[in-house]
Every structure is written in C-alpha cells, then in structure tokens.
Write a protein that binds this ligand. Structure first.
Ligand SMILES: Cc1cc2nc3c(=O)[nH]c(=O)nc-3n(C[C@H](O)[C@H](O)[C@H](O)COP(=O)(O)OP(=O)(O)OC[C@H]3O[C@@H](n4cnc5c(N)ncnc54)[C@H](O)[C@@H]3O)c2cc1C
Length: 413
C-alpha cells in the first residue's frame, strides 16, 4: 500500500456540507487538514446538493436554536470572506393544527432563545404573504424573522474554496475503506479503495448516508442510521401569481406541521416554480438506489395540502413539474450523532452523522464543533449530550420526545 505525502493534523472523510465546513474550520485554526471524498466533489449522490435548503430557528427540541443562531453568524462570516452570497434572508413561517404538540413546542422555544415570534390565527394571516397562505380552520401559524434559503451546492463549494485558501488539501475519488491506529507514528492511518494510505493525528467521519457501513467496517459498531431516498417536488405557479411567491414580495420559507409534514421555500431557483415537498422517504441502500419509482407516496399527499392551504388557483396542484432525488440519514429520534467513536480509537476518531433531513443549515456550527473536538478534544459553548452515541444503548429509540415524529418512513417504494 502506498503511503501518501504529508502527515495531517486532521483527516476529514466525506465532503458534503459537514466535512467541507470541518476542513475549513480545521484549516482556519492553522492546522493541516485533508478532506477525502469518495465521488466527484459536488456530486448529486448524497445529501448536500441541489438548489435550496431552509434555514430556520424554530424547533420543537430546545437544543437546536443556539446551533442555528451560531450558524447564521458563521454563514455571514464565510460569505464575507469569499465575497459572494449563498444565503438569501427571508422570514420563516410555521403552521399547523393549533393542537399539534410539535408546533406548540416550537413556539414555546422561541422566547427562551430570544427569537422574535408572531403568532397568527386565520384572520390575522389574511393580509400577509400577499394573501396566498390560507390557514384551514383550527390552524395557527408563527412567523419569525430568522429564516432564509441557502444554495447547497454553491455553499459546499464555498466552504471547500475557503478551506483550500486556508491551506487544506482536498482529494476526490478517494473512497476510505479502513482506519487504524498508526502505532509507529502515534496517530491514525486511513486507507482508500485505490490503495493509498494517509496518516494523521485525528480523523473526523462525515460520510452522511454511508456512516453505518463505514463505522461498522472500521470498528464493528452498528450505528442506527437509516438512509432514506427522498423526493423534492417543484410545482408550477399559475400565470399572474409568480411574484406573490417571491422573496421580494415577502414570501417566507415554511413548514407545515402534522400529517403530512410539508415544507417549502419561496420561488427562486426556477422561475415560475415553487418547491413544496413532504418530509419523508423510503429506506434504501445508498449504493443501490431505485431512481425510477417510489415517489408517489411522497408526492400525492402534497396535492391536497396545496389545495387546502394555498390560495385557490395560485399553484397548479395536478402534479409536480420537476422532481429531484436526495438522501436523508435518519436516526431513530431524528437527532444528530456527534461524538468520539471510542473503543480502540478513543478520542482520535470523531463521528458526525444522522443529520435526519435537517442538518444543512447547521453545517457551519457543526464544522466548528467537529474541528474543536478533533483539535482540542472538547467543545466550548455547546451542550452535546443529546447527540451522544451511547444514548441508543440506553434506549434504542434515543432521546425521549414529548411530541410526534415529523419524518414519514415509507417502506414500499
Ligand atoms: C431533499 C432534502 C431536503 C433537505 N432540506 C433541508 C433543509 O431545508 N434544511 C436543512 O437544514 N437541511 C435539509 N436537509 C438535510 C441536509 O441536506 C443534510 O442534513 C446534510 O446535507 C447532510 O450533510 P452530510 O455532509 O452529513 O452528508 P452528505 O452531503 O451526504 O456528505 C457525505 C459525503 O461523504 C462521502 N462519502 C461517503 N462514504 C465515503 C467514504 N467511504 N470515503 C470518502 N467519502 C465518503 C459521500 O460521497 C458524501 O459526499 C435536506 C436534505 C434533503 C435530502
């Protein structure tokens, strides 16, 4: 096996948003970072590609708002450093049946996190958002000004460019197959499918939907991370209504709680189209995906939602005009896994996965956390106990929640 080049302080495996932000944060701290990616950089086979991701600070769990707010600051900082924008600020609107427990918890978490929230009933909403959102009976909504749309592929490219600028080494077509202790060098080695071996002090695994496979291979540990194949839908806005759904007209990013959980962004990426999608997917093997079928159950429930919630005649609800495939990496409780791998690797290998369909917005904060874990062995300013690996040994369902699941699993494609 060929031993390659230099010795690195931190070897990051997987160049989606989490790995790219981590490589940047490591390099920013003056340490030597290597980022290895299995496919081409900016490929469309994982979770971090595409046209839009929502950033919002409203969460039913009370531990995400601080990560979102810190990420907001870091998104701005990175944009200033690179000199272009990847985030368009909008307001964010959550809605759903007034009795929905998740929505109630999301609203309750605003004040303690200093998030300015305006709770609106049906009649108060009437004049807002150009009148195109119409709450059904017994529904409420909450508007906050912490919202926005991030361009994912452009954002990953931005962090990769910034990492290179700060001295990181980035290599694609490098599928990591194994990791071991470098007894002679006192660190770890990482070997690839094509026969290279890299050496370093620490390693961070950010391999998204491949996390369960790689960690099993490397350590024998079976992480409960289930890859889901999901589908994003774009719908045609009817002629004359296009401007009403634009960020310029104040249309927000939104999430609609309940069954189905539906989310969307203002019309931006494709003129005349709006993204409205269902939060869910089919369990899959990320290396053997069925691209052809299976999106019906994720599309059909969106049709009545459009008919019920949007101004009649504003969006063509027959069927979506465009669909895009993507991957979620679900944990049983929908919370991230961010921890040291432990076992023979102790604190030398850090794992970060199971971002469960809602991690992108927090990529910059996660990158900061992972860099600190790798370099300092600890993290300042964030409580990470809810992201521990060990929680699944205590209870296979993970963190206890007092509200219902938001992501729908569909077993039959
Ligand atoms: C349709 C959709 C909509 C979403 N909407 C939102 C949203 O609105 N807001 C939000 O915050 N989040 C959202 N998310 C979630 C968010 O996109 C993900 O949480 C995030 O992109 C996960 O990033 P990651 O870096 O962990 O994984 P990935 O982007 O998949 O990166 C992992 C990388 O590791 C590489 N890799 C795998 N195995 C190896 C190996 N052995 N060696 C080397 N490299 C390897 C992969 O090729 C991949 O590039 C959405 C996700 C999807 C799919």
């Amino acid at each position: 096996m060929e031993v390659c080049g230099d010795w690195f302080d931190v070897i990051v495996v997987g160049a989606g948003i989490m790995g790219s932000c981590t490589a940047y944060e490591v390099a920013k701290r003056g340490h030597k970072a290597l980022l290895l990616e299995k496919f081409d950089f900016l490929h469309h086979l994982g979770s971090s590609h595409g046209e839009s991701r929502t950033i919002r600070a409203t969460y039913p769990e009370d531990y995400y708002a601080s990560m979102v707010l810190e990420s907001y600051r870091l998104w701005e900082e990175a944009q200033s450093e690179i000199g272009y924008r990847v985030l368009t600020r909008t307001s964010h609107f959550d809605m759903g049946p007034a009795a929905n427990k998740s929505l109630q918890c999301a609203i309750a978490n605003c004040e303690p996190n200093s998030i300015n929230a305006r709770i609106l009933d049906r009649s108060q909403l009437h004049d807002m958002f150009s009148g195109v959102i119409q709450l059904p009976e017994q529904w409420i909504g909450v508007e906050t000004d912490v919202g926005g749309v991030i361009k994912p592929t452009k954002a990953v490219a931005m962090f990769q460019a910034l990492a290179i600028r700060r001295g990181a080494v980035l290599r694609d077509h490098m599928e990591v197959k194994d990791i071991g202790r470098d007894e002679a060098g006192g660190g770890i080695w990482v070997s690839t499918a094509s026969g290279e071996r890299f050496r370093g002090r620490k390693c961070v695994l950010t391999v998204g939907a491949w996390m369960r496979k790689l960690v099993k291979e490397v350590s024998g540990l079976d992480l409960p991370i289930q890859p889901l194949h999901t589908t994003v839908c774009y719908w045609k806005i009817k002629e004359g209504h296009e401007d009403e759904f634009s960020p310029k007209a104040g249309f927000p990013t939104f999430a609609s709680y309940g069954e189905p959980y539906v989310y969307g962004t203002p019309s931006m990426e494709f003129p005349g189209l709006i993204k409205i999608a269902m939060h869910g997917g089919h369990p899959c093997d990320p290396d053997r995906r069925d691209w052809a079928s299976g999106s019906g159950v994720l599309v059909d429930p969106v049709v009545p939602w459009i008919e019920q919630v949007l101004l009649p005649g504003s969006v063509e609800a027959g069927k979506p005009v465009m669909k895009q495939a993507c991957l979620y990496s679900m944990t049983p409780d929908g919370d991230f896994i961010i921890d040291f791998l432990g076992g023979e690797f102790g604190k030398d290998v850090v794992v970060a996965g199971g971002f469960s369909g809602h991690g992108f917005k927090m990529g910059p904060a996660v990158g900061r956390i992972l860099a600190e874990m790798a370099i300092d062995g600890k993290v300042a300013g964030f409580e990470l106990k809810q992201f521990r690996l060990g929680r699944f040994e205590e209870d296979p369902k993970g963190n206890a929640k007092e509200f219902e699941d938001q992501v729908a699993f569909h077993v039959n494609p």
